[in-house]
Write a protein that binds this ligand. Structure first.
Ligand code: G1P
Length: 296
């Protein structure tokens, strides 16, 4: 196995307006909505850290400052908790090494590709990860780890560019980026084509991009052209499609569970599923769910 450049940086595009969750998201970012007691963004950052990533780059916009505050020291809160002999370990995941939380602004909402391009100066000349925090990826209890950890392991084998994929029913493909699959070996599939939000009849497969990427820095050069794609937006999928053939490109099928927290029902599903897995509340939540379903 050749030594690859390690994946040290992750970009989190979090400038979206979150209109699907209004009015909840009028004054707070969508990424700060909690699944039980952790905001969505925390799940993504935890997954990044588990994969060995140190630098978190948030591509933010107006009204998104609380995301950055969340990963800062909360002096008054911590002092008061200490005075009251409260356990501060609960806050540990919200703290970072000074300098490792970085924010850049996307002043205009021109699409996901544009958001990623806004981080080009911080990413520099290194391969980097991307997390779409709406996509909540939960590891199984079998030690295989989270989605990005599995992707980094695959990256150490094959290098190049990697995207996470999963199968959806055919009628859902037009909401996502879709891959044209090539040769398959275990959880790895060669990517021979990529298309953003195709019509169902034009989709090359039912394998969709599920919000996790490891990309080579050359993608920033491609994004520089700022060409518009599906929905009139600058699409990351289109930029990646241009790199196929010039660099290795693979899809990783995540061994674990995925919840689409960009939709309200997906959010409810995630909340319930995670509550049913948590030792501190599973039993009680199961009883509540049974009662609500009239099934006790
Ligand atoms: C984005 C990507 C798409 C991907 C999806 C995953 O779309 O452009 O390729 O499949 O995230 O959630 P969006 O949900 O921003 O429309």
């Amino acid at each position: 196995m050749t030594k690859r450049k390690p994946i040290r940086k992750a970009v989190f595009p979090v400038a979206g307006l979150g209109t699907r969750f209004l009015p909840a998201t009028k004054a707070i970012p969508k990424e700060m909505l909690p699944i039980i007691d952790r905001p969505l963004i925390q799940y993504a950052v935890d997954e990044a850290r588990e994969a060995g990533i140190e630098e978190m780059i948030f591509v933010t916009g107006r009204g998104k400052t609380s995301i950055i505050e969340h990963f800062d020291i909360a002096f008054e809160l911590e002092t008061t908790m200490r005075e009251r002999n409260k356990d501060l370990s609960i806050l540990a995941p919200t703290q970072a090494t000074p300098g490792d939380i970085i924010a850049v602004r996307q002043q205009v909402p021109l699409g996901l590709g544009h958001a990623i391009w806004c981080a080009r100066a911080i990413v520099g000349d290194e391969p980097f990860a991307i997390f779409l925090p709406d996509e909540l990826m939960i590891a199984r209890n079998d030690g295989a780890g989270g989605c990005m950890k599995q992707m980094v392991e695959a990256y150490n084998e094959v290098g190049g560019n990697l995207i996470s994929v999963l199968e959806v029913p055919e009628e859902e493909v037009s909401s996502y980026g879709v891959i044209a699959p090539g040769k398959r070996s275990g959880a790895l599939t060669e990517v021979t084509g990529l298309v953003e939000k195709p019509r169902r009849e034009d989709a090359p497969s039912n394998l969709i991009l599920s919000g996790r990427y490891i990309l080579q820095p050359e993608v920033m050069r491609v994004l520089e052209a700022q060409e518009k794609g599906a929905g009139g937006e600058i699409q990351l999928t289109d930029a990646m499609a241009k790199m196929i053939g010039t660099q290795p490109f693979h899809a990783v099928t995540f061994q674990g569970k995925r919840y689409d927290c960009g939709s309200k029902t997906g959010f409810v599903e995630a909340t319930l599923a995670i509550a049913l897995e948590r030792e501190d509340m599973a039993e009680e939540v199961r009883a509540i769910a049974k009662r609500l379903l009239g099934d006790s």
